[in-house]
Design a protein around this ligand. Structure first.
Ligand SMILES: [Mg+2]
Length: 230
């Protein structure tokens, strides 16, 4: 099926990379000789998650997320929120690993199609992590919402990517991602095919059906190349 496409665009977090915030937060707490508890995680997520949802709706900026989510902890540890955010992102860049099947998939694909990433994540994390796992050699394009000033699912971030891809025909582009409201909705807004990486066996609403759906990257490998090791 890979012959259908010239470009594959991937989401980054929880599509190519495992993103477990507890790892980064544990490292952060340890650096202040504090123990990171389940309550700490709930409190952080109660602040962090709505900010990300608002970011996808264009209601807050990337800078605002990075600072506002660390305000209570900054008071607790007596340091600026910017410092905590920077430490957290640095830890995540070191600790965030490719998902099972991601490295094999990228290696199998990069000689067949052009590869890109469109992420709503932060610049510093993406750049470091891409280099650390060697993906920077295999991806022609890395589009980061923080730099573009628009986030998925807004069409502007896709238009920005298409411009940098020198405007291939839209039917020759596939967007792959784990998030229905940003990746699948975004791909649909941009008029390209979508593949939903449905990790948790959820049901897509009737008005938000992806072109394809897979449970994991091994299945995606199978779908695109017909074999896991092709
Ligand atoms: Mg994701």
């Amino acid at each position: 099926m890979i012959e259908r496409y010239d470009w594959l665009l991937f989401d980054a977090d929880d599509t190519l990379f495992h993103f477990d915030g507890t790892l980064g937060l544990t490292a952060l707490f340890n650096s202040f000789q504090a123990v990171f508890t389940a309550d700490d995680f709930s409190q952080f997520q109660a602040l962090n998650k709505p900010l990300w949802d608002q970011y996808a709706q264009g209601l807050v900026t990337a800078d605002e997320i990075q600072i506002r989510r660390f305000v209570p902890l900054a008071e607790r540890f007596g340091v600026p929120p910017e410092q905590l955010n920077e430490q957290f992102i640095r830890a995540m860049a070191e600790l965030s690993e490719p998902l099972p099947g991601a490295v094999e998939l990228v290696h199998a694909l990069h000689t067949r199609v052009q590869l890109g990433i469109i992420t709503n994540g932060f610049t510093e994390l993406q750049d470091r992590r891409m280099r650390r796992v060697g993906f920077d050699r295999h991806f022609e394009l890395l589009v980061i919402s923080e730099q573009v000033g628009a986030a998925k699912p807004h069409i502007d971030i896709f238009e920005h990517a298409f411009e940098r891809m020198q405007r291939p025909p839209r039917e020759r582009i596939l967007m792959v991602g784990d998030n229905l409201s940003t990746d699948v909705q975004g791909g649909r807004n941009a008029g390209i095919d979508t593949c939903w990486l449905n990790h948790y066996g959820k049901q897509a609403p009737v008005d938000l059906q992806p072109t394809f759906e897979v449970d994991n990257l091994h299945q995606l490998h199978q779908l695109l190349l017909g074999t896991r090791h092709g």
